[in-house]
Ligand binder design. Structure first.
Ligand code: HEM
Length: 281
């Protein structure tokens, strides 16, 4: 065979470009220089770096999840269920990656955690504004959760907006009503800045949906939401177990009772009727 037939076999592969007038296009896009210089540890303990970076990695995943669930909520508002399901399915993979990032912190001993715990002062993940937006999207609204963010205008404004917007679940229930399901007016017209409380009629709606066409759009939506709910519950439980291993029953740096408080939080079901309806199908 002639060389002309396979010119790529004869020539050396091109090497990447090295010369750029300013910063690299990679840097301009990823902002890696900024991102990799945000690791300001507070102690001399070498184990603190992975604690800080894991926390930062989780903040980035929270940001992606908020984006996906806002995309899903917006799509539902305009009756575009396929776009909503696609965003929810992406978020399921992202939740799996988020949960996998517990690994480096999952088995800290109390002595290891104590080596830098004091340096954290009153700092706690409880004060994460992005996690709070995530909870708000799931329906766990609470105006008092804005209080810690009074000193951070952008985070406060974003949270306040999210507080007064319908959650992802509110949008799902409104869609079910538009599809002819008997979602009560009291649910559809509820004050969306309040925590969503489970409703028996909504449970019946989901039971009816799940008794119908199994590969119908609404069952597929329900299952994508159930995957999300399960993985959020897993994040809470992995957090709970990591905390129990690292500090037993001591009080949290954020001022709570620690494990006992987290146990109460982890008991709450995300999208409650999607779980309870299963007893009636
Ligand atoms: C093993 C290390 C960790 C321990 C011992 C721990 C401990 C705790 C404790 C005791 C609380 C209750 C509030 C308080 O009094 O502070 C809490 C809340 C919280 N932590 Fe952690 N945590 C750990 C790692 C993380 C990481 C890596 C993240 C990622 C951002 C995180 C995010 C959160 C969030 C979002 C809350 C609030 C949960 C809610 O509002 O339901 N934690 N943590």
């Amino acid at each position: 065979m002639s060389q002309q037939a396979h010119p790529h076999e004869a020539a050396e592969p091109e090497t990447p470009h090295l010369d750029f007038a300013g910063t690299t296009p990679y840097e301009d896009y990823v902002r890696a220089d900024l991102l990799t210089h945000l690791q300001h540890t507070l102690s001399d303990d070498p184990g603190e770096m992975v604690f800080l970076v894991t926390t930062q990695v989780m903040e980035l995943w929270f940001t992606v999840l908020v984006h996906e669930w806002e995309t899903a909520a917006k799509a539902l508002r305009s009756d575009d269920v396929p776009t909503a399901i696609a965003a929810l399915k992406r978020s399921v993979r992202e939740l799996e990656a988020l949960n996998a990032s517990w690994t480096p912190l999952a088995a800290l001993t109390p002595a290891q955690f104590n080596s830098y715990r004091g340096a954290l002062g009153e700092g706690s993940g409880f004060q994460s504004a992005m996690y709070r937006r995530l909870e708000f999207l799931l329906g766990d609204k609470s105006a008092s959760m804005l209080v810690p963010h009074r000193g951070a205008p952008r985070a406060h404004a974003e949270l306040e907006k999210a507080l007064h917007e319908p959650s992802l679940y509110d949008e799902v229930l409104r869609l079910l009503a538009r599809r002819g399901h008997a979602v009560p007016d009291a649910v559809l017209e509820r004050d969306v800045s309040q925590r969503y409380e489970p409703d028996q009629a909504v449970e019946q709606v989901w039971a009816a949906v799940y008794s119908g066409e199994q590969d119908g759009e609404l069952v597929r939506l329900g299952e994508a939401l159930t995957d999300v709910a399960e993985l959020v519950w897993r994040w809470r439980n992995d957090h709970l177990v990591a905390t129990r291993r690292a500090m037993g029953a001591k009080a949290g740096t954020g001022g709570s009772a620690g494990v006992a408080w987290l146990e109460k939080r982890a008991r709450k079901n995300v999208f409650p009727e999607l779980w309870t309806a299963r007893s009636h199908v």
